[in-house]
Design a protein. Sequence first.
Length: 73
Amino acid sequence: MDDGGFKVVSPFWLQKQMPYPTVMGDDALAKRLGLAGMPFTLLIDRQGRVAIAHSGVIDRKDFDQHIQQLLKS
């Protein structure tokens, strides 16, 4: 979510070489997901449901554990 949209976010995304799917947000998506702050991280399960929603900086070890649990289900 950036005022400059894809034109601004795309170079950042390419520079960081993020190895996972990302979504360009807008106000409608933020409202739908209850986005209250940035950064905002979602873990989506194999059925396409939001398994975990987290606003703020994540703890990588904690999220790695959640990811491993989701991969087992």
